[in-house]
Design a protein around this ligand. Structure first.
Ligand code: MG
Length: 394
């Protein structure tokens, strides 16, 4: 069967969202075609993906990795291999790609996503940090370039689905649900002791390391609130969070008449990914359905901002605006990496973020280069703060 249909470029093809996107593409060979793949360091998996999906172009993080990738590929495939920032931007703005799936981890996704938006692509957005850092600029650019941004994050996909056909003026609030992560019921003493291995064991979703730690600190929900603020154009005050450990309701919208509409389903990323690719249609997916009579009781409760200070910091940064979310995100990325390396304990993550925000002055955001500069400076500052903490502790 000859593949055809919508041509898709995937930024972050070896991560959890990337792999699931390829699962969806594999199920619909007549509907989707892989135009280009970009990954970080996992050249072995990328080479396998290239052999199966036969994209025209591929990009990895460094020149060395690009050479390694070339050595693993069948020359008959004639894949253009590039590397680094330029390579990612090339994939994001590739002429023949109609849709770009933005699924790189963290701030590294900013420039390529910007390139996709500037090229007027349909962007299936999983890289929430992009909107956290530059939501205002990116949404304005998307508007002027005619680029459509479709959410892949499950909560935002839920809200997007619920809002379809609704009048925006009728919306009272958006309600993001949060599983609460693996440490929902732990005491502060217990939280000080948790290991990176425990933080990576998310109860409901299988995800990459960075987002798993963000889910454990609830930073993820703070980032998602800022993401929703830009994606849907409602103020931070109109976005609520409910802890919902069962992860069955993926998010809700409350309307002015008191009606609340929810989107429900089994937690599986293929649902929001497929919807972002096929919108406004829905694709039949061969996934387990919700077995309603067998569902556990569904619980909802307010998040505890004292027990999870990262969430409080993110909400505050979102309300402050300007460079605050950029600084928050940069410090969090550095602190999470240090936690994963065993250099920080779990509760130190919020201390590093708070201290970085305290030491970096809040400024209005100017343009993309300004975001990149602040991101770099905040990362350096966070590293200094961590090094200082290490000296105090040792
Ligand atoms: Mg999410």
């Amino acid at each position: 069967m000859k593949p055809g249909g919508q041509k898709i470029a995937i930024l972050g093809s070896t991560g959890s969202v990337g792999v699931n996107t390829l699962n969806v593409i594999r199920s619909y060979p007549h509907r989707f075609q892989t135009a280009a793949l970009a990954a970080g360091r996992n050249v072995k998996l990328l080479a396998e993906q290239i052999a199966e999906f036969k994209p025209r172009a591929a990009t990895v993080l460094t020149k060395e990795l690009a050479e390694k990738l070339r050595s693993l590929l069948d020359p008959a495939l004639k894949v253009e291999v590039a590397w680094g920032e330029e390579g990612y931007e090339k994939i994001a703005s590739l002429d023949e790609a109609e849709t770009v799936v933005s699924a790189m981890v963290g701030a590294a996704g900013l420039r390529p996503t910007w390139a996709a938006v500037r090229s007027g692509k349909r962007v299936a957005l999983a890289n929430k940090e992009t909107l956290v850092m530059g939501g205002e600029l990116i949404m304005a650019e998307a508007e002027s370039r005619g680029a459509q941004i479709l959410p892949v994050d499950s909560e935002h996909s839920a809200i997007f689905q619920v809002l379809c056909g609704q009048n925006r003026a009728d919306v009272k609030r958006l309600i993001l649900t949060a599983s609460g992560g693996p440490f929902l019921n732990k005491s502060p003493q217990e939280l000080a002791e948790v290991t990176s291995k425990e933080a990576l064991a998310h109860p409901q979703w299988t995800m990459g390391a960075k987002i798993s730690v963000d889910s454990a600190t609830l930073m993820n929900k703070g980032l998602e609130t800022i993401e929703a603020r830009w994606l849907f154009g409602f103020s931070m005050e109109k976005i609520d969070i409910q802890i919902h450990p069962q992860s069955i309701v993926h998010s809700m919208v409350e309307f002015v008449d008191g009606a609340i509409l929810a989107q429900m389903g089994c937690p599986d990323m293929r649902v929001p990914i497929a919807y972002a690719l096929s919108y406004p249609e829905r694709l039949p997916l061969d996934l387990p359905c919700l077995d309603l009579p067998c569902l556990p009781d569904l619980n909802f409760r307010q998040p505890d901002l004292e027990a999870f200070p990262c969430l409080a910091l993110a909400l505050e940064a979102g309300r402050s605006g300007g460079t605050s979310p950029v600084i928050l995100n940069a410090a969090n990325e550095v602190a999470v990496q240090s936690f994963l390396n065993g250099e920080l304990n779990f509760l130190d993550i919020s201390l590093v973020v708070r201290e970085t925000l305290r030491q970096k002055p809040l400024e209005p955001l100017e343009d993309l280069e300004h975001i990149v500069k602040i991101n770099y400076e905040a990362r350096q500052k966070a590293k200094e703060i961590i090094a200082e903490m290490g000296r105090v502790n040792n």
